[in-house]
Ligand binder design. Structure first.
Ligand code: MRU
Length: 370
């Protein structure tokens, strides 16, 4: 069973509470739909004002959608890429699984290059490669399709489990602040940090939810508070710069965030601004919880120093909602992730359990090598 008896999984699992969550209410959105013919991606560039799915007919369309943030969030881009491989398989003829693997490799590499920071992308593609290695020659297409479906299914199960494990750490009546979007939109469903928030609200532990806007792409403002609104959960939007003032006011006891890559020593890459939230939280005695599936743990990256941080077009800072706000000729630097050192993290929650004050020894005990 996930986490059962493993080091780093000290929390009791309360099955009765798990069954009490009404997932039909607290998990309504699906960002990725496989029709059997095509991949449909909920175009997150258009939210919250248009709910429209993009049809991706081939793997390069999936790679383009990942690059353009039509689909985003670490687990979701891994799942989309896995289905992208299924689409790539439609475009080739191969008599053996080994021949298919050779022919598909360029498409896999183009998918992998779409975004650099979230390890879930490379992880999902490694699983697809491994599925081909195991596949019978007459069944390699079916093997790929089953693997993509398994990646998606396992992510949803992990999120529901993490929701329970993370919510159990939160004292009744607490306020929480989250950053970016870590919900159904960023995953197979339910969400990571937002899954903990959903479970915490459903259990009556969380009394107030605050979400930072998440400049410049506004994942918090456009996606997170919209998702919570679908569930009937009240959330209060703040400008990112209000976080210190909010924490000083005593309204929040936890910062609850997701992750794009968790290093072997517990350092965490996540949306730009997470690091400063963690520093400010430390100053105010507010706790920091990072919630991510084990697919986000990268035991091959020893510390946060070597993570490649994606830098996007400075043009994202020059305009708001398509209207230019900055004079022509102004430079801008747009790193979209940062690294929070493990010393600033109070709890790391994966589907295998919760690790308090994560460090290299605890990560090694829970995840081993590679
Ligand atoms: O640039 P994005 O929107 O893909 O960044 C997303 C984040 O940083 C999330 O916090 C992270 O992927 C975890 S999502 C469950």
């Amino acid at each position: 069973t996930p986490g059962g008896g493993r080091p780093g999984a000290p929390l009791a699992h309360n099955a009765a509470v798990e069954h009490a969550i009404d997932y039909a209410r607290y998990d309504r959105i699906r960002p990725i739909r496989w029709t059997g013919e095509a991949l449909q991606l909920l175009d997150q560039r258009r939210l919250p004002f248009a709910v429209e799915y993009l049809d991706c007919a081939d793997s390069d369309a999936v790679a383009a959608a990942i690059r353009a943030l039509a689909v985003r969030g670490a687990p979701a881009i891994g799942i989309a890429a896995a289905w992208g491989v299924v689409l790539a398989a439609r475009a080739i003829e191969a008599a053996t699984a080994a021949a298919a693997a050779r022919q598909l490799e360029p498409a896999l590499q183009r998918l992998e290059a779409a975004r650099p920071t979230a390890v879930n992308l490379a992880w999902a593609l490694a699983r697809m490669r491994a599925a081909l290695t195991r596949a019978a020659d007459g069944d390699w297409r079916g093997a790929l399709q089953r693997e993509a479906a398994a990646i998606e299914r396992e992510d949803l199960a992990a999120n529901r489990r993490m929701g329970m494990l993370g919510a159990a750490l939160i004292a009744p009546g607490s306020g929480v602040l989250t950053h970016c979007n870590t919900g159904s939109l960023a995953t197979a469903g339910f969400g990571t940090a937002l899954g903990v928030i959903r479970a915490g609200v459903a259990q009556g532990r969380i009394a107030a939810v605050y979400a930072g806007e998440t400049r410049p792409w506004l994942q918090g403002a456009r996606l997170t508070v919209w998702e919570l609104q679908q569930d009937g959960i009240d959330a209060t939007l703040i400008v990112d710069a209000a976080a210190a003032h909010l924490m000083r006011s005593g309204r929040v006891q936890w910062v609850v965030v997701g992750a794009d890559r968790i290093c072997a020593n517990g350092d965490v890459a996540n949306k730009i601004g997470t690091y400063q939230l963690a520093i400010v939280a430390k100053h105010h005695g507010v706790k920091v919880m990072v919630v991510a599936p084990s697919s986000t743990v990268d035991m091959d990256t020893p510390t946060g120093e070597t993570i490649r941080i994606e830098e996007r077009d400075p043009g994202e800072l020059h305009a708001v909602g398509g209207s230019r706000t900055v004079a022509e000729g102004i430079g801008a630097w747009n790193p979209v992730f940062d690294v929070t050192p493990h010393a600033l993290i109070d709890a790391l929650v994966t589907e295998r359990g919760a690790i308090e004050r994560p460090d290299a020894d605890k990560l090694r005990a829970a995840f081993g090598r590679g």
